[in-house]
Write a new protein. Structure first.
Length: 469
């Protein structure tokens, strides 16, 4: 009897300990949780989860961080369950995608801490076994909230009419820190609040550029009023920072153009992108056309998109001789061999092996960019499939896409390339050939051990056979 009681006692302890480690997540949708937070005055913690499986390539230390995270220690879960409303966004779920888009979540897991008004206050990424890290995160959130370092505080002040430059700048800096987008409207409000002499300040010009003003905005024009400072920006800042500034300006401009369906703004954004290649005119023109294709495709202007796409692929990809592509593929193979040898020899403490050096020299002699051959063929295949996906019935465009697909298959056959070829053949009503190519796609997928992909390809094969694709 005594033994039975002892066992029951320990079972109760185990159950209680296990329960204490569980975060009590809300069952309601996020809008309802946020409404509840406002009613109760409780902050909200959102866990954007990582992939459910653990990579076999992780180190023992990293594996332990994934499987034994300090987040689930009773000291942490106790605070979360008592003081927060907790929400889980499983990896790949609609809520996770919403968090990715709305809060620029790019790291998994990510932890988001909101005040009761729904304003983001603090965020953290990566997982660790350290309980102290998670306790420190909660304390940091509380301190920031107490100091009014929250998005909701600044939004309330803006609604109340506050517009001084120092206030707006501190808001922009908070958005930068939280990884959030600085809206063009806010950036224009900021430059309106600045005195004229501010645009002769190098630091101020750099700061405005770092926010990615779109090329037709008031902020962009004023920040580039003093051309000497702009020239200095592009000669004194580190290369990676200059690239980041340009990419953000281009991205924000194109997104604005797409949202407003503004072709003129898209043209200005694409022209700015072309101008960033001051010596490589070919890359500049390719970048211009890429951005315009993105605009036409995103706004549903299929006619303009296809016309530009066909011209682009024929000139820059089909225009490359087959033997040149084969050389790039050979260089890719040499690079992969060098990488495999390097990893093998490093594990044997032989980092300077002659074998690795031979592979590296063979690769470098080609002068090719890393994975240039594979990237070239992927562009051919993806462009061909993009033509198919537009739903066009124009045989000229479909025939051009078919030629791109055939070249990709001839040079580096795989299941995905055969699948694209089969779809184009079907669209052109070459049903027997389409069926044969899809069968090859299924066969190759089996050899590639791509189980899920194989099932999808088999379903497509059935549609082709039934003429229901």
């Amino acid at each position: 009897m005594k033994t039975l009681l002892t066992i029951c006692f320990f079972l109760l302890l185990i159950i209680r300990f296990s329960y204490s480690q569980q975060i009590q997540f809300e069952n309601d949708a996020l809008p309802e949780v946020m409404a509840k937070a406002k009613r109760t005055g409780k902050p909200v913690f959102i866990l954007v989860e990582s992939r459910p499986h653990v990579s076999p390539n992780l180190s023992e230390e990293a594996r332990k961080a994934w499987t034994d995270s300090g987040l689930y220690d009773p000291a942490v879960t106790g605070i979360l369950n008592k003081e927060f409303l907790n929400v889980k966004a499983p990896y790949g779920s609609a809520l996770a995608r919403q968090m990715q888009q709305q809060y620029n979540v790019q790291q998994y897991p990510t932890y988001l801490y909101f005040d009761s008004d729904g304003g983001l206050v603090y965020r953290q990424g990566s997982t660790t076994t350290s309980v102290e890290r998670y306790l420190s995160d909660i304390e940091e959130f509380k301190q920031r909230k107490a100091a009014n370092k929250s998005v909701s505080y600044y939004q309330r002040e803006l609604v109340a009419g506050r517009r001084d430059a120092d206030f707006i700048k501190s808001y922009i800096l908070l958005l930068n820190e939280l990884g959030l987008t600085v809206e063009q409207v806010l950036l224009n409000v900021y430059v309106d609040a600045l005195p004229a002499k501010a645009f002769n300040s190098f630091a101020e010009v750099v700061f405005i550029h770092q926010q990615g003003p779109h090329v037709d905005s008031k902020a962009f024009k004023r920040a580039r009023f003093n051309q000497k400072l702009v020239d200095s920006l592009y000669t004194t800042l580190p290369l990676q920072e200059r690239i980041s500034i340009n990419n953000l300006i281009i991205s924000n401009t194109m997104e604005e153009a797409i949202a407003k369906r503004d072709r003129d703004l898209a043209y200005k954004g694409a022209s700015f992108a072309r101008g960033t290649y001051t010596t490589d005119y070919k890359r500049g023109n390719m970048t211009f056309q890429n951005n315009m294709m993105r605009f036409y495709n995103s706004t549903g202007d299929t006619a303009q998109y296809l016309q530009l796409l066909v011209s682009y692929v024929d000139e820059y990809y089909m225009g490359v001789p087959v033997d040149s592509v084969e050389q790039m593929l050979a260089a890719d193979s040499a690079a992969m061999a060098a990488s495999r040898d390097r990893m093998r020899l490093l594990s044997q403490n032989k980092p300077n092996s002659d074998s690795v050096q031979v592979h590296q020299r063979a690769y470098m002699r080609t002068g090719a960019q890393p994975n240039a051959g594979r990237s070239h063929l992927m562009m051919l295949n993806n462009s061909a499939y993009a033509v198919y996906r537009t739903g066009t019935t124009n045989n000229r465009y479909l025939t051009r896409a078919l030629s791109w697909s055939k070249r990709a298959v001839e040079l580096a056959p795989n299941s995905g390339y055969y699948d694209t070829l089969a779809h184009l053949l079907y669209k052109l009503e070459f049903y027997t050939e389409a069926e044969a190519m899809q069968e090859k796609a299924v066969e190759m997928a089996r050899t590639e051990n791509a189980h899920t992909h194989t099932e999808h390809l088999q379903q497509e094969l059935i549609k082709i056979k039934n003429r229901s694709l």
